[in-house]
Design a binder for this molecule. Structure first.
Ligand code: SF4
Ligand code: SF4
Length: 212
């Protein structure tokens, strides 16, 4: 039996974890086919049933993205840039001044010719987002993993001097929302899983299932 099953039911997508030793990487492997799926109902896809590739709405054009810490580590390794250099090249200067490690966006800095140029290394928020209905537990599971990963990036940036010295909390509605979420997870012990991992295969799924 597969470690994780993704079930597309009439009322939404369900995630069933069959192996308690499954990792976040296993979840990503099981989840990825949804991007190419042409059967499930996708709210913004042409005709509501199309693969994400070629989507005219393309959520990458407007994504507000704080990548999780594993994605940031992969970006640094993949580009041979230091964290400081990555932040300078790929992150939004104004948001950094406001204290948030948000990628350059509108459109996303990695979007080239309507395709993600960072696809295999893209962040959890990108990998998990799909404009389809998810059942409650599935949404909560994906949401908590992605947000804890992003919180790890934020804390890593604060601890390693990646934010400007005088950065402060932003005042826009998105910034307030993001700060609120980061502060909710700031003391969550699962943040350490992202601090210590170099890959998603090193992050067990079990601690995220226990709070569902
Ligand atoms: S998830 Fe994004 S790319 Fe895929 S169909 Fe929806 S809006 Fe388009
Ligand atoms: S990193 Fe790639 S998948 Fe994520 S928002 Fe940017 S272009 Fe889209």
């Amino acid at each position: 039996m597969e470690k994780i099953s993704i079930i597309s039911a009439r009322d939404g997508i369900r995630i069933i974890v069959n192996d308690e030793k499954a990792s976040v990487e296993d979840l990503l492997t099981a989840w990825q086919p949804l991007c190419d799926d042409e059967v499930i109902h996708k709210q913004y896809a042409e005709g509501n049933h199309k693969a994400c590739q070629g989507c005219k709405v393309n959520c990458c054009k407007t994504a507000f993205l704080i990548p999780d810490l594993v994605a940031l580590k992969k970006l640094s390794r993949g580009t041979d840039l230091t964290y400081q250099e990555c932040v300078k090249r790929y992150f939004d200067e104004n948001e950094l001044k406001l204290g948030l490690v948000r990628l350059k966006s509108n459109p996303c800095v990695f979007l080239k010719n309507n395709l993600c140029s960072f696809y295999d290394q893209r962040a959890l928020m990108c990998r998990f987002y799909i404009c389809a209905d998810l059942l409650g537990d599935a949404e909560q599971l994906l949401y908590s993993i992605a947000w804890i990963g992003s919180t790890a990036t934020q804390l890593f940036a604060e601890e390693n001097g990646l934010l400007p010295e005088r950065s402060g909390q932003g005042s826009g509605s998105f910034e307030r929302l993001f700060y609120g979420l980061i502060n909710d997870y700031r003391n969550d012990p699962r943040v350490r899983l992202f601090m210590e991992a170099d890959d998603y295969g090193n992050i067990p799924l079990k601690p995220f299932l226990e709070t569902l």
